[in-house]
Design a protein around this ligand. Structure first.
Ligand code: FES
Ligand code: FE2
Length: 360
């Protein structure tokens, strides 16, 4: 798993003034929102005796540990130790990692790493429709996979599987993927594809098919926000965008937070059927993704065979290798929580020592 990138921890409306647990990159975090609306994300384990802060409660100064009531502020520093009274000196080491947070597109993003502000990749502008929302409807959701994040991510930029896994819109009679130019930009890449949808049955279906336009898609990914944007031009006027941000829970589990934007059937009464259609597709993907071996994607290109239609996934693999060699990797700790724990290093670690838990 990769650090020093932005990951989605939850949907913005899931976060209130109750602490919320999130597991990301094999580590535990607590998120909460102050009464004024400011969001915080801290490492979840109290440095006193190891209780989960996410089981505590929110107070004016931050989050209070459920075990002995220590209070940690939004910057991760302990500001109160109730057993010592009001004016007690707080030990310097009484602090947990605090991570940069942002709220964008109705999602809560956390920067899991120790890069200073100016060195961090930006959250890409994945969904301009969200900022200029006139005529668009949006659907937010979450989908879980018992599969490695790289395998899941790659699936969503892989056009060739569509015709075999997705019977509703793939076209197994013409499964060719025309060679597309892959444009690499920053931490991502994009490519455009078009295909003839699966023919409909019967004479009327055939007649209609002759006049049906090619479906045009533009697929883009960016590691900066670990996201994929699929923009589909279904007809001259009908547009659909499916944006997904992938969060590795650990090496073998991954969550997708998704947003569908559509400029047709925009009334809320269509949301349930839109969600059912989308999740049917995700379920078809999940059935195969949870069975891929090895569970982790091979590190070297020699560990599998790639062909021309894998160009966009290959660009993704390349970006992952580049980021991994520059920033290292995080693995699910083998005996995490049994004899030791680690924390993802936060920006405050550069230039200050004395942290209780070693960095991952
Ligand atoms: S374990 Fe958190 S206050 Fe003691
Ligand atoms: Fe798929």
């Amino acid at each position: 798993m990769l650090k020093n990138l932005w990951y989605v921890a939850c949907l913005a409306d899931e976060l209130d003034q109750r602490p919320r647990a999130a597991r990301m990159l094999g580590h535990d975090f607590v998120l909460f929102r102050s009464a004024e609306g400011a969001i915080a994300c801290l490492a979840d384990t109290c440095v006193h005796r190891g209780a989960p802060l996410s089981q505590g409660r929110c107070v004016a100064a931050g989050v209070q540990c459920p075990y002995h009531g220590w209070v940690y502020g939004h910057d991760g520093r302990c500001v109160q130790i109730p057993a010592l009274g009001q004016d007690a000196r707080i030990p310097e080491r009484a602090r947990v990692d605090a991570y940069p947070v942002a709220e964008r597109f109705g999602l809560v993003w956390v920067f899991l790493g120790d890069l200073a502000d100016r060195a961090r990749p930006a959250i890409p502008d994945f969904l301009p429709e969200y900022l200029d929302a006139d005529g668009w409807a949006f659907l937010h959701g979450r989908f879980d996979y018992a599969a490695n994040w790289e395998r899941v991510f790659e699936n969503h930029i892989d056009s060739a599987h569509t015709h075999f896994i997705h019977a509703d819109f793939g076209n197994p009679d013409d499964p060719r993927v025309p060679t597309a130019t892959v444009h690499t930009e920053g931490l991502g890449a994009w490519a455009e594809h078009s295909y003839k949808p699966r023919p409909k049955r019967g004479p009327l279906g055939q007649l209609l098919d002759e006049h049906r336009p090619m479906v045009r898609t533009r697929l883009a990914f960016d590691l900066g926000g670990m996201g994929v944007r699929l923009a589909i031009r279904m007809t001259e006027t009908m547009r659909q965008v499916v944006f997904q941000a992938f969060t590795p829970v650990d090496d073998t589990h991954c969550i997708s937070h998704y947003i569908q934007a559509r400029n047709f059937l925009t009334e809320p009464e269509h949301d349930a059927s839109m969600r059912a259609d989308l999740e049917k597709i995700f379920t078809e993907d999940r059935q195969i993704l949870e069975r891929l071996r090895p569970v982790l994607a091979p590190e070297s290109p020699a560990g599998e065979v790639s062909v021309g239609s894998d160009a966009l996934p290959a660009a993704f693999r390349q970006q992952v290798r580049r980021w991994r060699s520059a920033h290292g990797r995080v693995r699910s700790p083998d005996r995490s929580g049994i004899d030791s724990i680690s924390a993802i290093a936060s920006p405050a670690r550069s230039g200050s020592g004395g942290w209780v838990f070693p960095s991952a």
